[in-house]
Write a protein that binds this ligand. Sequence first.
Ligand code: KMH
Ligand code: ZN
Length: 278
Amino acid sequence: MVGTLITVAPTGAETAKADCPQLPTTLEELVETAIACEAAGASLIHLHIRDADHQPTLDHGLLKASVEALREQTSLVIQLSTGGSVHDPLEQRLTVLEAEPDSCSLTCGTTNFGDDVFLNPWGFMNQLYVQAQEREVVPEFELFDLGHVAALRRLIDTHGLPYGGKVHVDFVTGVPGGMPGTTAALMAGVAALPEEVTSWSATGIGRTHLPIAAAALSAGGHLRVGMEDNLVFAKGQPVQHNRELVARAAELATVMQRPPLSTDQARELLGIKDRRTR
Ligand code: KMH
Ligand code: ZN
């Protein structure tokens, strides 16, 4: 497939609404964001949700309502974060699958995460892998470090292929504590990928956002952009809306002769079960 999968990660769990009022945190804002980003070229949304106080939450009712609203109003592939925030207990992170997303993130190892630790023990990864297989949810393997690539090899050897038979990974680079957001680090990760991997994307945190997007495109990778990862569009110019980051990614991809994939093409690429309601 010659096009580009563009994932939007609009919110994340780290940025406070008070510090960034344009961060989409309410369901209404998320739906508006999702519609705008789909129109701009995104085909997958990586979703973290917030409660009424704009705090990160894994509340089942809110997750379910978000999945349903996005499914009714967009055709996007809906991926729920199972990473949550660094403060979420592992048991609760497993319950995310009960909201019946199309896809879920699955981070392939513990990583230092700024001043915190993002915990992903081997046992948790295995439980999440198997439960996603059972629920016919396609995992996206989040790789923050080279060791995570080796852990993915071990997961596939232990449990076979994920639901859908495809293996899609996303390199999350530039996290303080993980692999740097450099072309060299990204290419080292790509070179180490298991042969079962059918597609990969990359994102760079903060100022590594744009260089990593360019590196990924030039190497045949796909793109993840969004305010979860980057709040600055250009020097002195804060991101006002996730649509801006998606539109720029779509433009870059089109210039590179790899225009954005449709949501149908994204489902095919990733082996997603079609749960669309519209
Ligand atoms: N918020 C980070 C601690 C994921 O969504 O799976 C974890 C994260 C990864 O964002
Ligand atoms: Zn996330």
